[in-house]
Design a protein around this ligand. Structure first.
Ligand code: UD1
Length: 351
C-alpha cells in the first residue's frame, strides 16, 4: 500500500508525526508533500526536526496569500505533482486548513481516494474559513476518521455514514508521546525565566480575532489585566496586526515555539487562554483549565465541569472565566476504541 500525505500548516505536522510513525511501524510506504503554507523555520522546519517526521519529497512553496490565491496555487501544484506519479492508494489529509481542502479537491477530481483525519468537526460558524474547509473535505472523503463520537454524529446529521470511523484523536497520541520528552529536552528555563505555575499561557491566531481590531484590543486588554504575567508565543499573523510598543510588560511576547516547548509551557502554566483548536484539548489532557477566546468551540467535550469556557473577545468575560475554577475531574475525550488513534487509522487504511 502507498499513502500520499499532504500537509502545510503547523498543527498538521504534529498530527502527521504520530500517524507517520504508525505507518512506518506497519511497513507502509508514505510520501509527504508540503504545500509551503507555513514556511518560517519556527512554524515548519522545527516540527519536522523535533518530531522526526520524514522529510517531504516535495515542497510546493506556496506561502502566504488570500484564500483564493493560496488555495488555488496549492491546487495547481498538487495536480501537477499527482499527475507526475502513479496514483497512491490513499491521499491522507489532516484538519481544516487551506492545504486540507486543496488536496481533497485535487485528489477527488483525479479519482484518488481521500482519507480525512479529524473529520466531522463543526463550529457551525460558516464565517470561519476552517468550517468551509471541513465541510468540503468531509464531503469529498472516502474514509473519515473522527476524533470523537460527537464528530461521528455531526457527519450522520449531514447524511454521511459510509467510511465514517470513530478512530480517536491523533492529537491525544501526540500529547502522550511527546509530553514525556518535553520536560527533559525543552525545560522551562530554556524558554522563560518565569517559574512554574507563575504565568498564564496565551495564543491568538484566528482570523476572527487578528483581523478585527476591536476584538484583538479587547483580548490584549484582558491579558494586560490578569493577576499574573502571560506568555504569548506570537503567530506571525497576529504580530503583523499588533502595535507591540503599546503592550505592557505583563504580556510577555515570544517567538512561536516548537511543539515540545509548547507542551512544557502548558504543563508549567496556571491556565491557558487561546483561540486555537488543538491547544484547548492539549491543556485539558495535561490537566490545565482553558479559556477559549472564541464565541464557540468545535471541542464541546472540553466545556464539561467548567474546564473550558468560551468567552469570545469580551474583556470582562475573559477575566471572569480566568477567575473561575473547574469542578471535578478533567473531562476525558479523544480516546481510541483500542490502542491509539494513529494505530487505528493505519489498521483501517490497510483494511
Ligand atoms: C492556518 C489555518 C488554521 C490553523 C493555523 C495554525 C487556514 C485557513 N487556516 O491559519 O486553521 O489553525 O494555520 O497556525 O488554513 N505567516 C508567516 N510565516 C509562516 C506562516 C504564516 O509569516 O510561516 C503569516 C503570513 O503573513 C500569512 C499569515 O501568517 O498570511 C497567516 O497564515 P495562513 O497560512 O494564511 O493561515 P494561519 O493563520 O496560519
Amino acid at each position: 500500500m502507498r499513502v500520499l500525505t499532504v500537509v502545510g500548516a503547523r498543527p498538521q505536522f504534529i498530527k502527521a508525526a504520530v500517524v507517520s510513525q504508525a505507518l512506518q511501524g506497519a511497513g507502509i510506504s508514505e510520501e509527504i508533500v508540503h504545500t509551503g503554507q507555513h514556511y518560517d523555520a519556527n512554524m515548519s522546519a522545527v516540527f519536522f526536526e523535533e518530531l522526526d517526521i520524514p522529510a517531504p519529497s516535495h515542497n510546493l512553496k506556496v506561502g502566504s496569500g488570500s484564500h483564493a490565491t493560496q488555495t488555488g496555487a496549492m491546487m495547481v501544484g498538487l495536480e501537477s505533482f499527482m499527475s507526475s506519479r502513479e496514483g497512491p492508494d490513499w491521499v491522507l489529509v489532516y484538519g481544516d486548513t487551506n492545504s486540507t481542502i486543496a488536496a481533497a479537491i485535487v485528489a477527488s477530481k483525479m479519482g484518488l481516494p481521500v482519507a480525512h483525519v479529524e473529520a466531522g468537526l463543526r463550529s457551525f460558524n460558516l464565517r470561519m474559513p476552517e468550517e468551509v474547509n471541513r465541510i468540503v473535505t468531509d464531503r469529498l472523503s472516502t474514509m473519515l476518521f473522527c476524533p470523537t463520537q460527537t464528530a461521528v454524529e455531526h457527519l450522520a446529521k449531514e447524511g454521511m455514514w459510509n467510511g465514517v470511523h470513530m478512530s480517536g484523536d491523533v492529537m491525544l497520541d501526540a500529547t502522550r508521546t511527546y509530553s514525556l520528552r518535553a520536560a527533559d529536552r525543552n525545560p522551562l528555563k530554556s524558554i522563560t525565566s518565569l517559574d512554574k505555575d507563575s504565568f498564564y499561557l496565551g495564543t491568538i491566531h484566528r482570523a476572527q480575532n487578528t483581523d478585527n481590531p476591536a476584538r484583538l484590543a479587547a483580548i490584549i486588554k484582558a491579558f494586560s489585566n490578569l493577576d499574573a504575567p502571560i506568555i504569548l508565543p506570537l503567530h506571525p499573523r497576529t504580530r503583523s496586526k499588533l502595535d507591540l510598543s503599546a503592550i505592557g510588560s505583563r504580556v510577555q511576547i515570544i517567538e512561536p515555539v516548537s511543539y515540545l516547548s509548547m507542551l512544557t509551557l502548558i504543563t508549567s502554566s496556571i491556565k491557558v487562554l487561546t483561540d486555537s483548536g488543538g491547544l484547548q484539548k492539549e491543556a485539558i489532557w495535561l490537566g490545565k483549565p482553558c479559556v477559549t477566546l472564541r464565541d464557540e468551540t468545535e471541542w464541546t467535550e472540553t466545556l464539561s465541569r467548567g474546564w473550558n469556557h468560551t468567552t469570545g473577545a469580551d474583556t470582562d468575560a475573559i477575566l471572569s472565566a480566568v477567575g473561575t475554577s473547574p469542578e471535578g475531574e478533567a473531562p476525558r475525550f479523544g480516546e481510541a476504541p483500542a490502542g491509539s488513534a494513529s494505530s487505528e487509522i493505519v489498521r483501517l487504511l490497510s483494511g
